[in-house]
Design a protein around this ligand. Structure first.
Ligand SMILES: CC(=O)SCCNC(=O)CCNC(=O)[C@H](O)C(C)(C)COP(=O)(O)OP(=O)(O)OC[C@H]1O[C@@H](n2cnc3c(N)ncnc32)[C@H](O)[C@@H]1OP(=O)(O)O
Length: 403
């Protein structure tokens, strides 16, 4: 059976069949309203498909995006999307074929040195060298929760704006907030897909709350009961350029009448709401993996970010899927945070898998934490600490994955 399988790059002509693979893989119904939006966002020529004879049975794609790295620069990111295998063809190695073809193609083309994705299930991608590099917080705060008395919500009002009026303002504010590590650039087609709204009886359309230095996109989920405050605010996104705007927007959402609570699944783990609240426990918080990264080309990826401390460390890397990364590397970081990464024959001070570098890449996970989990081995005392300090970032990275 496996001998009939072949993998190739897709073309625009494969679009309809590709969507059928994904609809079936993700247990969805076809959604004709969404198809034109997807067509504008997906880059079919950057997809790999697996075929059983003439039938497309597997898909995985790349979208051309940027990711803000420590130092504040947007760097090329291969945003991996639409990974799926038809249910009747699972567990025959089709995904493995696609992952291999995709990563090798990126390397051979000298394309993006880092790939990133949102994992539908967290057990899937570690084996391919991916690791969680950012986390999300699912934050729930009851309506009316009080702020500390000294929280400044400023004089500027938060206003509801109709969608068409709000969108240009949202785009401008989003781009101004884009210096945050973990951020993805968001072009017009991605915005359209991100804010696509399918009418449903149990919720309102997206609403847009705007402030001169921020915005919130949210909707109301209807509850049962005729009189009680049963609706819930579901936040898609809150962006703010400063603490006053963040406080004003949270206050606005928390004071909407007829609502029981505000929930944002996708907040930064260091979102200021817990610091605004007089009683921080009123915010219930659960944290989950968000953006998973894969270092495709170590020698190009590591120098692409800035580092927080000088270091000079030799490490041994294992990488079964992308053997060009495996071996001994010397990483020297100068006083300005610039790294030079070269092959070496010197004795390694520590050993780690390529996935550990992905986890640490944005500064969201420390190498010391990975060492405590047995994922980094130290051969020279102090080397893990030295490299950890270099990899630190100022804030928790945050990625509102929109693909
Ligand atoms: C970025 C994104 O798009 S994330 C979305 C991923 N897609 C989905 O979740 C859609 C539904 N699922 C699917 O389409 C398929 O089950 C896929 C794509 C996850 C896996 O495809 P398959 O062709 O069955 O995987 P394949 O046979 O190549 O398995 C490779 C390995 O992954 C493992 N694996 C596959 N699926 C899963 C899973 N859901 N959870 C944990 N491990 C898994 C296999 O056991 C195998 O392990 P091994 O290397 O130790 O032998």
């Amino acid at each position: 059976m496996t001998s009939e399988l072949s993998v190739r790059e897709l073309t625009d002509d494969d679009f309809t069949e590709n969507l059928a693979v994904l609809v079936s893989a993700f247990l969805k119904d076809p959604d004709p309203d969404r198809e034109p939006l997807l067509r504008r966002v997906l880059e079919l020529e950057r997809h790999h498909g697996v075929f059983d004879g003439a039938e497309q049975v597997g898909s995985c794609g790349v979208m051309t995006r940027t990711l803000t790295v420590p130092g504040g620069e947007p760097r090329p990111l291969a945003a991996i999307t639409h990974v799926g295998v038809k249910p009747g063809h699972r567990r025959r190695g089709i995904m493995r074929m696609m992952m291999r073809a995709q990563l090798h193609a990126l390397h051979e083309a000298g394309a993006e040195p880092v790939a990133g994705l949102e994992a539908s299930e967290a057990g899937i991608y570690g084996r391919y060298g991916y690791a969680p590099a950012t986390e999300w917080a699912d934050i729930r705060v009851p309506r009316g929760a009080e702020f500390r008395a000294d929280v400044d919500t400023g004089p500027d009002p938060v206003r509801e704006a109709p969608r068409e009026d709000a969108l240009p303002r949202l785009r401008e504010l989003h781009d101004r907030a884009a210096g945050r590590v973990g951020w993805l650039d968001r072009g017009a087609p991605v915005w359209d897909l991100w804010l696509a709204d399918t009418p449903r009886a149990d919720r309102t359309a997206y609403r847009f709350a705007t402030h001169p230095r921020g915005y919130a996109v949210y909707r109301l989920l209807h509850g049962e009961g005729r009189r009680e405050a049963r609706a819930r605010v579901e936040v898609l996104e809150i962006q703010s350029l400063d603490a006053v705007a963040a406080a004003a927007l949270w206050r606005y959402l928390l004071d909407i009448d007829l609502v029981s609570e505000v929930q944002w699944f996708g907040a930064a783990v260091d979102d200021p709401i817990r610091w605004f609240l007089a009683d921080p426990r009123r915010a219930r918080v659960e944290v989950e993996d968000a953006l998973w990264l894969r270092i495709v080309d170590l020698d190009r990826a590591l120098p692409a970010r800035a580092y927080a401390a000088e270091a000079d460390v030799v490490f041994q890397v294992s990488d079964r899927l992308c053997p060009w990364n495996a071996g001994r590397w010397r990483m020297a970081v100068d006083a300005d945070g610039r790294a030079e990464v070269r092959r070496t024959d010197a004795e390694p001070a520590l050993s780690l898998d390529i996935s550990a570098l992905a986890a640490a890449y944005l500064g969201g996970t420390t190498l010391t934490a990975l060492a405590a989990a047995g994922l980094v081995s130290e051969h020279r005392r102090g080397s893990v600490r030295a490299l950890t300090r270099a990899f630190l970032a100022d804030r928790s990275p945050h990625c509102l994955i929109d693909f």
